[in-house]
Design a binder for this molecule. Structure first.
Ligand code: AQP
Length: 332
């Protein structure tokens, strides 16, 4: 069975972009793959987090994994900081990476925009290497993620190949990214030229999986569209309605062409009203399951067992790497 690894940062509640780009794939893959899903709290602290909120978000994300359908009897679910090998391997890979390749990462450019070099947190610069360590530590074959992670997956592949070539043997499995055709990049509702994000200031720029029906309605009804009122998919000229069409299509299972025909000559009002309904239908069962799971002792048990299993796999790959680099004394 091929092995799958992916993670989500506990930086806030998951939005429909996280769900449609990544989590939906997590569920689809678990029946015929060996899946490992992580709550990547080491990544979250690349920007300052309130400690109490961070602790709470870690459990929220784990509960959301279960609420969307990740099944702990099929998949390993764990918290990144509970497996120390992530940071250990990250250091080794940092010593195998170059400033130039990290400077080219568009997420680094976005997150450091407008800041002087002297005030850019180093973690924002080096976290793609930590992400490479996350992936390589589990001999991962497939990484299901949204489109925004393409460049980071490329870096993980480059580092794996570089280390393998250096020692002329297979230390790391070279992973492949897995991106969906629809939903791989859901855009912000108030600025459809940038991606929907958990940490964007305007809460109406996103739909979170835990939003109330009223909030979902408000966010969709005020979503930015253009003035010609034609429901047509054209990302370049009509990014707002194109984004809403993508969301409608993945939640309803109808193709974009079918939706364009259905709403021909009917304007945006009708379309948005129906999209509200379709979105609430898709999200509200997740919300109710979440409430139940988040309160349960079972969640903590799942994470304890997950950390134990993840540690066992990670230790082996770390040992193999230490041996190749000649680190420490020979471990048994
Ligand atoms: N807008 C999106 N459309 C499709 N997929 C998305 N993902 C994120 N945004 C979209 C995918 O969700 C997974 C988890 O992302 P993450 O939390 O680890 O980090 P992120 O990509 O930085 O997500 P956010 O929401 O933008 O968080 P913040 O605001 O904290 O930076 C990944 O697979 C990602 O591709």
């Amino acid at each position: 069975m091929k092995r799958v690894f992916s993670g989500v940062q506990p930086t806030g509640n998951l939005h429909i972009g996280n769900y449609l780009g990544a989590l939906k794939q997590f569920v689809e893959l678990q029946d015929d793959h060996e899946c490992i899903y992580c709550v990547v709290d080491m990544h979250a602290i690349t920007l300052p987090q309130d400690p109490k909120e961070l602790r709470s978000h870690i459990l929220d994300i784990a509960a959301l994994y279960l609420a969307v359908g990740v099944d702990p009897s099929k998949s390993i679910i764990f918290v990144q900081s509970e497996v120390p090998a992530h940071t250990e391997l990250s250091w080794i890979l940092t010593c195998s990476s170059y400033m130039g390749e990290l400077q080219r990462m568009t997420q680094f450019k976005d997150k450091s925009k407008g800041r002087e070099n002297s005030s850019i947190p180093t973690g924002i610069f080096t976290y793609p290497v930590l992400m490479a360590a996350d992936i390589l530590l589990y001999d991962t074959d497939i990484v299901p993620v949204g489109n925004d992670q393409k460049q980071h997956i490329e870096l993980a592949r480059d580092l794996a190949i570089r280390v393998n070539n250096r020692f002329d043997k297979k230390i790391f499995q070279v992973p492949e990214g897995r991106f969906l055709k629809e939903g791989a990049r859901i855009m912000s509702l108030d600025d459809p030229t940038s991606k929907m994000s958990k940490s964007a200031e305007n809460e109406f720029s996103r739909i979170s999986l835990l939003d109330t029906d009223a909030k979902i309605k408000k966010a969709i009804m005020r979503a930015t569209t253009d003035s010609d009122a034609m429901v047509k998919f054209d990302v370049e000229n009509k990014p707002g309605i194109s984004n809403l069409l993508s969301i409608y299509s993945v939640f309803s299972g109808k193709s974009i062409e079918t939706l364009e025909k259905e709403y021909e000559g009917r304007g945006y009002g009708d379309f948005k009203k129906d999209l509200v309904e379709v979105t609430i239908d898709a999200i509200s069962p997740i919300r109710s399951r979440f409430e139940e799971i988040r309160q349960s002792e079972e969640l903590l048990k799942v994470l304890d067992e997950g950390a134990e299993k993840a540690n066992a796999i990670a230790e082996k790959v770390l040992k193999r790497t230490y041996d190749a680099f000649g680190m420490g004394r020979k471990r048994k």
